[in-house]
Write a protein that binds this ligand. Structure first.
Ligand SMILES: [Zn+2]
Length: 188
């Protein structure tokens, strides 16, 4: 798991959502883009080969299947399957100014795909256990399919970003008012 555990980045899970969105957007995404994504999230400094990238895309597809489910029993089963297959080494880490928190290390010498599945399975498992539900999802905006991590405490999150939520609200408002969006001079 990347060490980029900011206060608003629960267990580095934003990395998983970002990876899922990247692979979903470009199923053939190559090594340079994946390496840049890892670096952006403070992941380990892998030098990815084309074969690593292929394996990472396959591994990401398994994570995507978990992010697609909102049934916690099915998600738990899938996460347990990954934990069996790719056991992580949990360890407590104290980042500057933060309380101790549980992180995962991949076994020494693990290849990038193994590292990804080991660390992400533990992160998703801890998150599911902590929240008691699949606190993630896919954006409900009609023209957006981005995954998100639901960090809200009250009502379940429906949109990937405030931007999508606003867009849907504006469209609904226009629909109610019968405003033609293509009308010249119509105000956003
Ligand atoms: Zn969205």
């Amino acid at each position: 798991m990347p060490e980029d555990f900011g206060a608003d980045n629960p267990r580095g899970l934003y990395f998983i959502a970002d990876l899922a969105n990247t692979v979903q957007g470009d199923p053939e995404v190559g090594a340079p883009a994946l390496q840049a994504l890892l670096a952006h999230h403070g992941g380990p400094p892998f030098t990815l080969s084309g074969d690593d990238a292929r394996q990472l895309r396959v591994a990401a597809a398994r994570l995507i299947r978990i992010l697609e489910t909102d049934d916690e029993d099915r998600a738990a089963e899938a996460i347990n399957g990954l934990l069996d297959e790719y056991p992580a080494q949990p360890c407590l880490v104290r980042l500057p100014g933060r309380p101790w928190s549980m992180h995962a290390k991949a076994p020494r010498g693990a290849d990038p795909a193994h590292w990804l599945l080991a660390t992400c399975a533990l992160a998703l498992g801890l998150w599911l256990g902590e929240r008691g539900r699949c606190a993630w999802g896919r954006c409900a905006a009609p023209d957006c399919d981005h995954f998100f991590i639901d960090t809200g405490r009250r009502t379940p999150q429906r949109y990937c970003t405030p931007r999508c939520a606003t867009r849907v609200r504006v469209a609904a408002y226009r629909g109610r008012r019968g405003i033609d969006e293509t009308e010249p001079g119509s105000v956003y």
